[in-house]
Design a protein around this ligand. Structure first.
Ligand code: SF4
Ligand code: SF4
Length: 82
């Protein structure tokens, strides 16, 4: 999963780009639900939020390192639940 750091300026552009609705407004800045972020695996070739963020504050979450296979399994779980 990816994460949003406190460099976030709340510009609002990433939230509508997320195919998994993993991005939400937290108490102070936007946040990513790691259980919903597939790093865009299953939807796009590259993480959409990273591509649009003007301040590049969306790195990989070191607490949630996942393989491509794990991300694909998450994608399948999310789409089957929908
Ligand atoms: Fe959403 Fe993709 Fe960003 Fe994860 S990487 S938060 S799935 S847009
Ligand atoms: Fe914050 Fe970047 Fe999302 Fe803008 S695009 S709200 S700066 S994380």
């Amino acid at each position: 999963a990816l994460m949003i750091t406190d460099e976030c300026i709340n510009c609002d552009v990433c939230e509508p780009e997320c195919p998994n609705e993993a991005i939400f407004m937290g108490p102070e800045i936007y946040q990513i639900d790691p259980d919903k972020c597939t790093e865009c695996v299953g939807h796009f070739d590259a993480p959409q939020c990273q591509q649009v963020c003007p301040v590049a504050c969306i790195p990989n979450d070191p607490q949630r390192v996942e393989s491509h296979t794990q991300l694909m399994q998450k994608y399948l779980r999310l789409t089957q639940a929908a």
